[in-house]
Design a binder for this molecule. Structure first.
Ligand code: HEM
Length: 524
């Protein structure tokens, strides 16, 4: 007995019908392809062509080849086409830069041309409604928002005590939740709350008192959903404009996220404003500054909601990602841990925790931080820049409105700069005493530590705060614990959680206090 038969009324197309159908599809594809691609000039007035690169498909360009790990495709093409190549994503021309000197020449030396952002349909228009500092074009609104925000997030502006407290709470919680090293623990939410509390304090002058506080789960979910929705090369709607007019799943998610930000962080802004109007004493924070300067800076309510939201996004998933990668990595490297313990014992002793002032005397811990950042940049493609005028570089034409992607994966794995690049080896940074900001300004671009914070005029303004926060968290975890892998639960360092913000897949470890001094110093 046949288990399946075609119903009689279905007629298969004849040979002639098939030819007509294929011809129609090909002409439509050709029409759309030429309409999109040829709207860019591909050659300058001297005949210089756009950089070479892979041939993509009509309409979609190279989009289908990017898969879940676009940085690997970018790396593959960098080996094939060199340090400056181009790809098409739908109608968008992207130039991928994989060499430090080229990054410097384009993004730094020609920063007036290469410091804008593409007006992404989902991220800039739908979620941030044109007001996110991270994603606005190179215009007066961005300058104003960045200036106001930078006033509250530079290392000078952030009260060092805040970062200090949260790093201590992180190790106290690991100690308590891990029952002094006797019980396995998932350390990731604790790192998440540490980063979240730092940003809540900087932005709203508040913090959460436990990982069970409803705001912790809610804020971390918003951050994760944002990262999953807004990868720089993951949304077809951003690159194929006609899709933006068709209702679709991603646009619905984007609108939901926008509403989530307005409700959650906008609600917190409204709450602070109400308290200030009642004459209550509100701690100094970014939102207080925004409210006090609302009139003079001509800020609308939605500006304040989105500035606050974009900072909560920019400063949480990123910093917690590095702390979590450290927690996942270090149990596999007992020798590195022993060396770090020896340095801490020699420089700090066992009667106090390391502080930011100690960093200059702890070159090995400083090197561990840089090496985690090199190996596990949480955003391999950063936030792409875009160009605001035509430019010809080394005989290659980069038209106006080209998206410029900093290919940090390839740069972080360059065997010339980092011999044996896939090995976690802090010793490669042992003589590098620079802060990330100092390193970004080195005259020789090839000596920069890494490119995790981007480059040029859009370089991360939270870099110095992030660096301090990460140093305090990592040095204190090392001072307090032997971090061990559970023999029956090997940690997977090859996969990622998340579509654009990369953090490790779930894992558990034992955080074993190094001695009795830990409980005493942590006052447990
Ligand atoms: C490990 C931590 C962090 C990483 C890896 C990181 C990475 C980045 C990157 C790659 C960019 C884009 C740079 C470019 O366009 O060239 C950026 C921009 C930005 N970051 Fe960070 N960031 C981190 C922490 C922070 C923190 C703690 C804050 C806030 C206190 C922050 C706020 C921002 C803002 C506001 C921008 C937008 C700058 C602009 O477009 O003008 N970031 N960040």
């Amino acid at each position: 007995m046949a288990i399946f038969t075609y119903p009689n009324e279905i007629h298969f197309p004849t040979f002639f019908q098939t030819i007509v159908l294929l011809a129609s599809i090909t002409s439509a594809a050709f029409y759309l392809f030429s309409k999109f691609f040829l709207s860019h000039r591909l050659v300058d007035q001297n005949g210089n062509k756009i950089p070479n690169g892979p041939v993509g498909l009509p309409i979609l360009g190279s989009f289908p080849f990017l898969t879940r790990f676009p940085e690997r495709a970018f790396d593959y093409w960098a080996q094939k086409f060199g340090p400056l190549y181009s790809i098409w994503l739908g109608s968008q021309l992207c130039v991928i830069v994989s060499d430090p000197q080229i990054v410097k020449d384009l993004l730094v030396a020609n920063g007036s041309i290469f410091s804008s952002r593409k007006d992404m349909f989902l991220k800039s228009q739908t979620i941030f409604v044109g007001r996110g500092i991270t994603d606005s074009g190179y215009n007066d609104k961005w300058r104003k928002h960045r200036r106001i925000a930078s006033g509250s997030i530079t290392a000078r502006a952030v009260d060092a005590d805040v970062l200090d407290i949260e790093a201590t709470v992180l190790v106290q919680e690991l100690y308590k939740q891990g029952h002094a090293g006797t019980a396995p623990i998932d350390p990731r939410p604790h790192a998440g709350r540490c980063a979240l509390n730092n940003m809540l304090t900087i932005v709203f002058g508040t913090r959460t008192d436990s990982i069970n506080h409803p705001l912790v789960g809610h804020a971390l979910r918003l951050s994760r959903e944002f990262a999953n929705c807004t990868g720089p090369v993951t949304n077809l709607t951003d690159f194929v404009p006609f899709l933006q007019r068709i209702p679709n799943y991603m646009t619905t998610r984007g609108k939901k996220l926008h509403n989530g930000f307005v409700e959650t962080y906008g609600g917190m802004v409204r709450d602070i404003e109400a308290r200030m109007n009642r004459g209550e004493n509100v701690p100094d924070c970014l939102v207080k500054t925004l409210i006090l300067n609302k009139e003079s800076e001509k800020l609308e309510d939605i500006d304040m909601y989105i500035i606050a939201s974009s900072l909560m996004i920019g400063g949480v998933e990123t910093t917690s990602g590095i702390m979590q990668w450290f927690q996942a990595l270090i149990p596999s490297y007992p020798d590195i841990q022993n060396k770090a313990h020896a340095e801490l014992d020699r420089v700090i002793g066992r009667n106090r925790l390391p502080t930011v002032e100690d960093e200059k005397n702890l070159p090995y811990i400083h090197a561990i931080v840089k090496e985690v950042e090199r190996c596990y940049n949480p955003f391999w493609l950063g936030i792409p820049h875009s160009s605001i005028q035509d430019f010809t570089y080394r005989g290659q034409f980069i038209p106006k409105d080209t998206v410029i992607v900093l290919n940090t994966y390839t740069m972080h794995h360059d065997p010339q700069r980092y011999p044996d690049p896939h090995t976690f080896n802090p010793d490669r940074y042992i003589d590098d005493s620079t802060t990330c900001a100092e390193s970004a300004n080195l005259a020789n671009a090839y000596e920069r530590d890494h490119w995790m914070f981007g480059a040029g005029r859009r370089i991360c303004p939270g870099m110095a705060v992030a660096e301090r926060e990460i140093f305090l968290a990592i040095s204190r975890m090392l001072w307090s614990f032997n971090m061990e892998q559970l023999p029956e639960e090997p940690i997977n360092l090859n996969d990622y959680d998340g579509l654009s913000g990369r953090s490790p897949v779930p894992f558990r470890i034992k955080a074993i206090p190094r001695d009795d001094k830990v409980a005493e110093v942590l006052e447990i």
